[in-house]
Design a protein around this ligand. Sequence first.
Ligand code: ADP
Length: 488
Amino acid sequence: MPAPELSDPSLKKQLSFFCGEWRAAASGDSFPVFNPASGSQIAAVPSLSAPEVNEAVEFAADAMRAWSEVPAPRRAALLRAWFEEINRHSADLALLLTLEQGKPLAEALGEIAYGASYIEWFSEEAKRLYGEMIPAPSNDRRILVIRQPVGVCAAITPWNFPNAMITRKVAPALAAGCSIVVKPASQTPLSALALAELASRAGLPPGVLSVVTGEASTVGTALLRHPLVRKVTFTGSTETGKKILEECAKSVKKVTMELGGNAPFLVFSDADLDAAVEGLMASKFRNSGQTCVCANRVFVEECVLEPFLAKLLPAVKNLCIGNGWENGTTQGPLIDDSALRKVESLVENAKSLGASVLLGGKRASNENQFFLPTVLTNCHHDMALAKEEIFGPVAAIFSFHSEEEAIRAANASPVGLAAYFYSRDIGKIWRVAEALEVGMVGVNTGTISNAMAPFGGIKESGFGREGSKYGIEDYTNLKYICMAGISS
Ligand code: ADP
């Protein structure tokens, strides 16, 4: 079945957006964007050079001077207008997202609403960027603290949520009075460019939001090296995050790092097993397992393993792979061939070390990038999938005998983004929630992310928070003003 058409084809942009205009690369170079479900090319976007990125940053710095002086209620209103433009075009944005990323249309629509909710939230927070008065050590002075925009920001974003990973960064930056230059993932630039088009239609001033496309090594590096970029916000792998941190250290940029996870999902014997299966399906198989908060290691208390699997297997069998825009599809393709090969090698490694394949375990028989929804049991800590993010539709089931053993196993990872557990014992719930070494815990739920809550990790999952009242802090500098001579 052919893909449907956009109702507003002008949302499919094949130019970069910077210096207040839509531009091709001066060199004429571009790179292709593919539909991962069919492998066919759907667009080509510019491969910008470092001087072009520098120009974008310098224009953004000029734009920011005026933007930071726009009164907060006006900035809030412009963000709100952007939010409304997105809602008006949500069907087209979802379709573009599905075409370049592969996720089912229903999930894409969910991402558009979720992404937009950050713009709504931070449009409101723009008006609440309060300072503080602190009791002074003597009567002749006052201690004031104000918040000021940090400067031009650079956002480097991944392909798994091509819309929401951008709005989560751009909205607080703009709310705080910063300008921001976004480098979207090369696999999924179209969602970013459509967001920029709608921002422009909503009346956001030129240069406040730019989207620059091209090679990570050229565009990313130029952003990281530019002295006018004062803040870098990154979502992606821990490996790439470490390289970005090294680069940012050279000019001491402020950084937010949303890096990889290895979420444990614990099912205790007193859990509501139906709820646990429902939570696992949402956490594990959403986006075909390609999310950083996906359940990566599923620990089930030995005495309920059998009844848990008896409920899980039919739910996984019900999943339906296919083109994201087709009715009934619940599982899209993996993003590219290297993602597919990685999942394959993790499953092969687990099998060679004793895992049993209860379902799936291999590519789908078509020639495209689909991996069958998979359930593995008898998993253990020495397998590569216990240490690495699977990033695919593979539920790896481990078992445990005690609360203590479960917590120790869950925490045996250098990363700490999200964790989930199911129990109905209130004492255990507090003990386990407090003992898990992660930034976010879902108790009796497999879905935790929303604009009101602080999203982020600890350990090698990074630092900084996105969403919530905390999410705007990283886009501001605190300034202390000591006002003396008051009593004379
Ligand atoms: P993945 O491996 O899943 O593609 P990455 O963490 O490598 O995830 O990529 C996330 C984002 O970081 C993408 O936009 C990518 O282009 C960008 N990126 C990758 N390497 C670098 C780098 N060395 N410098 C700047 N950006 C980079």
